[in-house]
Design a protein. Structure first.
Ligand SMILES: Nc1ncnc2c1ncn2[C@@H]1O[C@H](COP(=O)(O)OP(=O)(O)OP(=O)(O)O)[C@@H](O)[C@H]1O
Ligand SMILES: Nc1ncnc2c1ncn2[C@@H]1O[C@H](COP(=O)(O)OP(=O)(O)OP(=O)(O)O)[C@@H](O)[C@H]1O
Ligand SMILES: [Mg+2]
Ligand SMILES: [Mg+2]
Lengths: 339, 506, 322, 319
């Protein structure tokens, strides 16, 4: 038992707690909404989490290094628009090329952020507040305020949101969701088991110590931003596939949502701790709340946001209270075995 | 001890100077380090020791001077390069990654770690290294909750686990107690003999210097004064060279005095999984020492009495009234002051001025009716303390972070004395303070006690506790092992209690 | 301290330089720029933001953030509209709105100090929450019920060409300056921003300071919301939507460190002037929409980049020389 | 009379929406027809900053001494004080597409269609698509703050009271904030909330396209149809594959064109802007200023009519 407790690291613990809270939310809503727990709920939430989740992962990478990227929404919008534009002009572009185009553009924008933050030593919040506006301006200028129309997009792209990898009765695992899982597992492995991943944590945990230990802080932070940009690019591609019509406001608001997902998922906003699983669970939590509130007939359109705010707050607070007790308990148990 | 000084120094510092805007920290200093030798570096606070080390590891750049590694000139511009040359250092202030676990902290800067992290191997090796050092810390716990001593231990483990040619230790023992110091020295000697490492060792505890060093270099005011083999140095001559004058660095023996009025009585103070059943009385003008090994939870008792992490059960009586202390504000109002051992993280606001730091806890006394700060009054107080404690600073507006460690300690002292407390809890009060200043601090503590202040003095420096205290409370793993009056307390009796022989309350 | 002051001086000197060039370009570009009308207008158009920016300086100096200010503005304005509509006299309604603002701020502060949740999370949630409440109150309506004296208070000048809101702003500005520079409370704000633990271990009631700040932030936001309602004469659920980013931008551009503990009101005054003049200048030259935000974004980056440039070049050469 | 000078500003709700660009095309056409030596500017705020931005642009235009402004109002009555100030400075203030609800500060509103008629048109399309057997439908609107949307929705609810609509039932009204992703999600949520839903009516070009895409992605086009106000270019594929069999719109080019004429004539004092006055708007012919029946106060010029698009005509119009 104690050994188990000892193995249960705080971040694992937090993921469990979050999972528990998600379960509570599910149970609550299934009692107040008719036909709530069905395949459709899963399909819906999983597909929209696929988009938010990938973005939240990128955001997490940056937050871990004690930075923040507020430009992700604009990056998503820009890539979605840019790739959409090219695909509508040239329907021959293959899926793989389109995806790499999206990732590449995202990475490019991310590297601009990263360069300014890491090498020019400008606080991330300032840089990304700036580029949030800048990238959106670029989008408007580039697009000349026109809309990407679904009509002009190639068929494979429009069909993409409907493609299933696995199907069980009416439960579908969509390709996009599977894609997200791949990204999640990849980055979880990188963060937990590679020395680059650990250094990402180290830099965020104590930048001064990292410098004294001779880590290339600047390169690590730069890489985090580039990866975040690349993931935002991927998100942009998924966004394009899902929504088809891309206007100049595409993706705005995603920056705060991705930060919220990461933070609800237990990623410390001051860097150094948190996990990819956590961030994705955070995205699930927020999305589930939103989706459920939309469906709750008793809640009028106008009450929804007010409820959402309160629910996010209480879930984070519950999480932090439970975590505190758990942590103390663990400390007590494990320290007894020690002495 | 044989001196096997090979003729080729592994690391040489030549004619190095460094100036900070107002202070000449180093002036034309040269130093040679030989493999298989422990070289001690001593000097007063602010003599430039830490600065020299930072230059060796590339954390700071010298204004002029040269570094030679095995005879060839090198330029070290960051610590990664220093590591590549086989130079590792433990800095005066431990700098860990609070979110990573202990084992990772030890191994993360290893260059040979490879691309993938092997967790099991890492945990096992970390445990071994810490065991060798005689420290018991759970290597899978995060480093965030560690006391300063534990942090220091982790830093040491980190440095010795690296494969190095030159190992520099800036006051590694400052917050360690005898037991751990012995282990550390054993390890250091091993490194010297088996791996032929050159060690540079800084300490203000001269006994230690004599115990371990082969050669000794004295710095004063940034200048090189002397470098001699240890056999040609005596304690008196060393102190004279460091301070530039005669100092009586032997502890003024405590005058025995009749018990004053009882100020405070603590009964069965306990905190779950931290400490239990701590009971003692404190009298007016008394100095109560707290002794124990690292991690014996003395700090936790101090913090509980100051209301930072209040105890869950037991009582504290002040002047015969039971009080409930659940926040530092209450403690401060009741006349309790607590001077933390961790001045960097908890003690001082480093970017603020000396003055602002000194008046911080008592700022309400410097406010006019509309809450405006009376700057003149503030300055006057700061100046008084500067003179009384001889704080070495170019100006009272200087950022505290730019003072040397010892002077920072004095600022922290001033800050709490200025609250005019009835009881002051000193946690490692002389940590990082040089001999001269230490004598001053000791006589200051005595004087304060004479004037009726009750003092709890937590210290890992055993001779200090023995000499200063009227009575000594000894702790082990959160339990109170006994209280000894100064006449019955000896190095041996205190140590045996601290190591685990229980005795009846005296 | 003198070194800190010197640094600040040079930062502010730099901002002043930008400001002067903006003013020069503007006045060359458009003759109406310097007219008193335009000057008053350009302040009035952003008066709510710059009032809230003053309290945001305190919050950010304290190493916290309040993202819910704009939503609170909307909430207080909507509350006012609803109260007046339901027949409650103006003066008590105003009082009630301010109380609600303070309570909303204290609510934020409660979660931050008691549950120790990061303020970013709490106020992000309430950014959604307060806005949601505002929507609940007025739904899809636009309420237009204010007595004419209230509207003219918001729209007509009362002192020469200057309307009430600008006078309130100036009053608050002076108050903020004094509190931050000369009072014990101001010192606490800085110290907590530098290192909260040091403050705690010095027996300072850190929670109380934070609670006061967030309560004040709610209160000031509500006040700004009321002024907004008076200026526009009508309230809707979307009032002040996304103002928070503009407000934070102004504070950061003014040199206040997002990590707390450093920065000054003077810098923020300059940055407010820069942003307002720049926007106004662009509007007068018919540059609107995203280009305007884009330019402000670039300015934000440049303003921090340029002072860093020297060090960057040095670093670069050091790397090269090896 | 042509050739008189008037500096005019055309202000959309915000930039980046196709229909407003079309309106700008129309206004430019009229501008060159009138040989106006003054400037015609197309200035708008960003979507995030629409309300404050519109007020700011109006105020700046006043400062600049522009002669007239055409506003597609997104700020409700909140723009009224600024509009009144502009009027006091002698500027012509005309609204188009979306009026100032109280009409304070506005001289004239160029109504694309009769707002009450919009309600009837939407109700008719709903009846058409759902069929005589009846069923449930829901409205996906833009934002709760858009006054034209609110007026249309209210008008439709009023129209639905007529006996011939008794079988079709409006079960929900939600907002997608004129954002594709939000509208998309709202459309999906409507399906979950109302399992028997037959139709989503979206009186917004962004909303209708997003809803159609959502139904197509879910493979539900047979079950749930989409209708409302949409752009042929954006909707053509959905109309052809049956997701959105029928929708309506008016010409935004014409709306811009007409707005320009009215504003230019007012600004150059060629018309006074009183009820009953008639003027000629270039190629579009004659129009009369009338009291706006859909508001308490205010005057309007009614453009009309609706074009209803279906399989028959949508491809031609999409070009
Ligand atoms: N970053 C800095 N800026 C300005 N002055 C500094 C800085 N660092 C150190 N100094 C000054 O340089 C001198 C030497 O400091 P140093 O830390 O090397 O002393 P030290 O010998 O290690 O003292 P201690 O025993 O107290 O640690 C001191 O006077 C100190 O105030
Ligand atoms: N064997 C150990 N070595 C080092 N640190 C330890 C050990 N055991 C526990 N600790 C750490 O020390 C803390 C308790 O020590 P506390 O600070 O109360 O005692 P202390 O006697 O003041 O020790 P120190 O000399 O470190 O200040 C624990 O929270 C734990 O993190
Ligand atoms: Mg030192
Ligand atoms: Mg201790």
């Amino acid at each position: 038992m104690n050994d188990l407790l000892r193995k249960l690291r705080p971040e694992r613990l937090r993921e469990l707690v979050l999972l528990l809270l998600i379960l509570v939310v599910l149970i609550f809503f299934s009692t107040v909404i008719e036909y709530y727990l069905n395949a459709r709920l899963f399909n819906r939430v999983s597909t929209s989490v696929a988009i938010m989740g990938v973005l939240a992962i990128g955001q997490t990478l940056v937050i871990l290094t004690r930075n923040i990227d507020l430009s992700v929404g604009s990056m998503v919008g820009f890539t979605a628009y840019f790739v959409g534009q090219h695909l509508s002009q040239n329907n021959e572009i293959t899926p793989l090329v389109a995806i790499f185009m999206a990732i590449g553009i995202g990475a490019l924008m991310g590297s601009f952020n990263g360069f300014l933050v890491a090498f020019c030593r400008i606080p991330a919040i300032i840089v990304t507040l700036g580029t949030m506006a800048l990238y959106r301006t670029l989008l408007v200028e580039y697009s000349d305020a026109q809309t990407v129309l679904t009509v002009n997009l190639p068929k494979w792209l429009l069909d993409l949101p409907r493609v299933n990898v696995l199907s069980y009765e009416r439960l579908n695992l969509r390709l996009m969701v599977a894609g997200m899982f791949v990204v999640v597992i990849l980055f979880q492995l990188i963060l937990r088991n590679t020395s680059f991943g650990r250094k990402l944590y180290a830099v965020g945990s104590n930048p001064e110590a990292a410098k004294n230990s001779g880590f290339p802080n600047q390169k690590i932070i730069f890489t985090a931003f580039v990866l975040c940009g690349a993931l935002a690019g991927l998100t942009g591609f998924m966004f394009l596939a899902r929504f088809g019509n891309i206007t100049v406001v595409a993706g705005s608001g995603l920056e705060l949502k991705s930060v919220a997902a990461a933070v609800v998922g237990g990623v410390n906003i001051f860097g150094g701790s948190g996990s990819i699983f956590g961030a994705v669970l955070g995205a699930v939590m927020i999305d589930l709340l939103e989706n459920s509130l939309i469906r709750w007939l008793q809640i009028s359109e106008f009450w929804r946001d007010a409820m959402l705010g309160m629910l996010i707050l209480t879930s984070v607070a519950t999480d932090s209270v439970i975590m505190k007790h758990f942590r103390n308990y663990r400390l007590k148990k494990t320290s007894h075995t020690n002495s | 001890m044989t001196l096997k000084t090979s003729n080729q120094p592994v690391l040489e510092v030549l004619n190095t100077s460094k100036r900070f805007d107002m202070t000449q920290a180093l002036e034309d200093v040269s130093l040679k380090m030989y493999p298989g030798e422990i070289h001690a570096l001593v000097g007063e606070n602010g003599a430039g020791k830490s600065t020299l080390i930072k230059i060796l590891t590339g954390l700071q750049q010298a204004d002029q001077g040269e570094l030679r590694l095995s005879g060839t000139p090198v330029k070290i511009s960051n610590s990664q390069e220093a590591q590549a040359y086989g130079i590792a250092a433990i800095y005066q202030e431990p700098l860990l990654f609070p979110d990573l676990d202990v084992a990772e902290n030890i191994f993360i800067s290893h260059r040979d770690q490879g691309f993938f992290v092997r967790w099991d191997k890492m945990y096992k090796e970390a445990e071994n290294i810490l065991n060798d050092l005689g420290v018991r810390i759970d290597v899978q716990n995060s480093a965030s909750g560690l006391t300063l001593a534990a942090q220091q231990a982790v830093e040491i483990a980190k440095a010795i686990s690296l494969d190095v040619r030159v190992l520099i230790m800036d006051e590694p023992t400052a917050s360690l107690s005898d037991h751990e110091v012995k282990q550390l020295f054993r390890t250091a000697k091993q490194l010297k003999q088996e791996k032929n490492v050159a060690l540079l060792f800084i300490s203000h505890r001269l006994e230690e210097v004599f115990e371990i060093a082969d050669r000794i270099t004295v710095l004063r005011d940034g200048k090189h004064i002397s470098t001699r083999p240890i056999s040609t140095v005596t304690k008196e001559s060393l102190v004279r060279e460091m301070v530039g004058r005669e100092v009586n660095q032997f502890y003024a023996t405590r005058k025995t005095r009749e018990d004053g009025k009882r100020i405070c009585s603590v009964k069965n103070l306990s905190k779950v999984s931290t400490f239990s059943n701590i009971s003692f009385e404190l009298h007016e003008g008394e100095i109560l020492g707290f002794a124990g090994l690292v991690g014996s939870r003395r700090t936790d008792v101090g913090m509980a009495m100051f209301g930072i992490n209040p105890a869950d059960s037991g009582s504290i009586e002040l002047e015969d009234k039971i009080v409930k202390i659940n926040s530092p504000q209450t403690a401060k109002k009741l006349g309790i002051a607590y001077m933390t051992e961790d001045r960097h993280q908890l003690g001082l606001a480093m970017p603020m001025s000396v003055t602002s730091n000194i008046t911080l806890p008592s700022l309400s006394r410097y406010l006019s009716r509309f809450g405006l700060i009376k700057r003149e009054k503030e300055k006057k107080t700061a100046n008084e303390f500067k003179n009384r404690l001889q704080i070495k600073t170019p100006s009272l507006e200087q950022e505290v972070g730019k003072l040397s460690g010892g002077n920072q300690q004095k600022v922290m002292f001033s800050k709490w004395l200025n609250t005019q407390p009835k009881i002051i809890i000193l946690d490692e009060p002389t940590r990082g303070i040089d001999v001269g200043a230490k004598a001053e601090v000791h006589s200051m503590i005595q004087e304060l006690a004479e004037n009726g202040l009750s003092i709890i003095c937590i210290s890992s420096d055993l001779p200090e506790v023995l000499a200063m205290s009227d009575r000594i409370l000894i702790m082990r793993e959160g339990r109170q092992m006994g209280i000894l009056a100064s006449r019955e307390a000896t190095q041996e009796s205190v140590m045996s209690l601290a190591m685990g022989q229980k005795m009846g309350l005296s | 301290m003198s070194i800190v002051l010197n640094k600040l001086k040079s930062w502010e000197g730099f901002l002043s330089l930008i400001l002067i060039s903006v003013i020069l370009v503007n006045s060359l570009n458009s003759e109406s720029f310097l007219s008193i009308d335009n000057q008053v207008n350009l302040f009035e158009l952003s008066i709510e933001k710059i009032i809230v920016a003053l309290i945001m300086v305190f919050i950010i100096l304290n190493a916290e953030i309040d993202l819910s200010v704009a939503s609170m503005m909307g909430l207080s304005a909507c509350t006012l509209g609803l109260l007046v509509e339901s027949g409650i006299p103006m003066i008590p309604a105003l009082g009630l709105c301010l109380v609600i603002g303070a309570m909303g701020g204290a609510f934020n502060g409660y979660w931050i100090t008691v549950f120790k949740l990061p303020s970013l999370v709490v106020t992000l949630a309430m950014l959604i929450g307060f806005r949601g409440l505002a929507r609940v109150l007025v739904e899809d309506r636009s309420i237009r019920v204010f007595p004419s004296w209230f509207e003219s208070l918001g729209q007509q000048p009362i002192l020469g060409p200057i309307p009430l809101s600008i006078i309130i702003f100036l009053g608050l500005l002076i108050l903020a300056l004094i509190i931050l520079q000369f009072t014990g409370f101001g010192r606490y704000v800085y110290i907590i921003g530098i290192n909260q633990n040091v403050a705690l271990y010095s027996g300072i009631n850190v929670s109380r300071v934070k609670l006061i700040l967030f309560t004040a932030s709610g209160f000031i936001s509500a006040l700004a919301g009321i002024l907004f309602a008076a200026r526009l004469g009508a309230v809707r659920g979307d009032m002040g939507l996304s103002f928070e980013l503009d407000i934070i931008t102004m504070v950061l551009l003014g040199g206040v460190s997002i990590f707390g503990g450093s920065g000054s009101i003077y810098g923020v005054i300059l940055s407010i002037l820069i942003v307002l003049y720049l926007r106004n200048g662009m509007s007068l030259s018919n540059i609107t929409g995203h280009v305007q935000t884009g330019v402000i974004g670039v300015l934000l980056i440049l303003s921090v980049l340029i002072p860093n440039l020297k060090k960057m070049i040095q670093d670069f050469w050091n790397q090269r020389l090896k | 009379k042509k050739g008189l000078r008037a500096d005019l500003v055309l202000m959309p709700k915000f930039l980046g929406i196709l229909v407003f660009d079309q309106a700008n095309e129309g206004a430019k056409e009229a501008h060159s027809e009138m040989k106006n030596p003054g400037k015609l500017l197309f200035l708008g705020p960003t979507p995030e900053n629409s309300v404050a931005g519109q007020i700011e642009i109006l105020t700046t235009a006043t400062t600049q001494g522009q002669d007239g402004i055409m506003i597609s109002n997104n700020a409700g009555d909140q723009i009224a004080p600024a509009a009144k100030k502009a009027r006091a400075k002698g500027m012509t203030v005309v609204t188009w597409d979306s009026p100032i609800p109280s009409s304070d500060g506005e001289q004239l509103f160029i109504a694309q269609v009769d707002f009450n008629e919009t309600g009837t048109v939407m109700a008719d399309m709903a009846l058409n698509i759902i069929g005589p057997s009846g069923g449930e439908f829901a409205v996906l609107s833009a934002s709760p703050d858009a006054s034209n949307q609110n007026a249309w929705n209210a008008a439709m609810k009023e129209a639905l009271k007529a006996p011939k609509y008794s079988k079709i039932k409006l079960v929900d009204l939600v907002y997608g904030d004129d954002q594709s992703e939000k509208s998309y999600n709202q459309a999906l949520a409507l399906l979950d909330k109302h399992p028997n839903l037959k139709l989503i009516m979206a009186p917004t070009t962004v909303g209708i396209a997003a809803a159609a895409k959502a139904m197509q992605d879910e493979g539900l086009c047979d079950k749930v149809k989409v209708s409302g106000l949409g752009l042929p270019a954006e909707m053509v594929s959905y109309t052809m594959n049956g997701c959105a069999p029928e929708f309506a719109l008016w010409s935004f080019v014409d709306l811009g064109y007409l707005s320009y004429y009215a504003t230019y004539l007012l600004a150059t004092n060629q018309i006074e802007g009183i009820v009953g006055e008639t003027f000629k708007a270039g190629r579009m012919g004659y129009y009369t200023i009338e009291k706006d029946p859909t508001r308490d106060k205010g005057m309007r010029v009614l453009m009309g009519p609706f074009t209803v698009y279906n399989k028959g005509n949508v491809e031609a119009s999409a070009k």
